[in-house]
Design a protein around this ligand. Sequence first.
Ligand code: MG
Length: 368
Amino acid sequence: MKIRSIDAFQVTYSLLDEKYSWSNDLFITTVVSTVVRVRTDDGLTGYGEVCPLGPAYMDAFAGGVPSGVAEIAPALIGLDPRQLNLLNERMDLALGGHNYVKSPIDIACWDILGQASGQPVSTLLGGRYRDGVPPYRAIPQRKPEEMAEDVLKYRAKGYRRFQLKVGGNANDDIARIRQCRAVLEPDDILVADANTGWLPHEAMRVVNGVRDIDVYIEQPCSTLQECLAVRKNTTLPFVLDEIIKGTVPLVEAYNLGAMDVVNLKISRLGGLTKAKGVRDLCQSLGIAMTLEDSWGGDVTTAAIAHFAGSTRAEHYFTATDFNSYVDIEIAPDAPRMKDGLLPVPTRPGLGMTVDESTLGKPLVSVGG
Ligand code: MG
């Protein structure tokens, strides 16, 4: 089996809620996603998706994806898409860094491997632990009382895990955490995610201000050193996200005792192949995980469902059902959250069918 062609399409999603806002006054109302299609010489088609959260969140932007795919794809034509480590090595030799560009290509090849072997991607990632995983709901940064209303709104829809977007004014953030925790039940999970938005002195004010609250603190500051300074002065459970860019940063943070939980974003790590390596190491080290991506739609959500569903239940912290945030269904049979669970698809590959009429014309086509 050989890769015959690689195409990249872009879709602009509008958010179902009017605005998604987080630290540093960043926000989106629409978001551009890239869907990559890989076709083989024996008629299989795989899909992957990458959707940066606008151009200013992490080292990724939508405009970079088609250019990056055009750079990498010629090196992949003629390769066996099932040889995923070899494929990833070839991508790394074709383009340095740019993990987010490689991620949708890698995911599409997992989709093909699954179809070719008759197995769902979750089985190939190590095995299906559960039929469904409970996702968290991200609550955009707004006034404290508005965020508490959002928490209640999404709790009524079945969510029991919530991630508040903080990283703003410290006094406001303390009020956000207090008011949202007050409307939750004891078994509900609350995370305050600053997305690197605080300096250490601000983070210290917040963790001191909520020290009596059952809340996780996620990525308070930009660097490991800053986060560690906060970590050493709080007993609140601690999540690292933006700085976990691969195995080496994970091990460095682990050796310093810098976190209890990590957030693994598939595209930041370069795709499912590399994310699986980091995930399996976390399982060996006893680190719980949020399994997700920066943003996305149906294809991203399917990939997350397989990744999360093949993670040991004791190491599972949360995941994200991104397709519940956006307006376009590019794969009508993609997994969707129901009764508080994101189902793990059982059909071969990613287990969903992309409706290509939603994608428009490809921006990049290599091979044919
Ligand atoms: Mg985060």
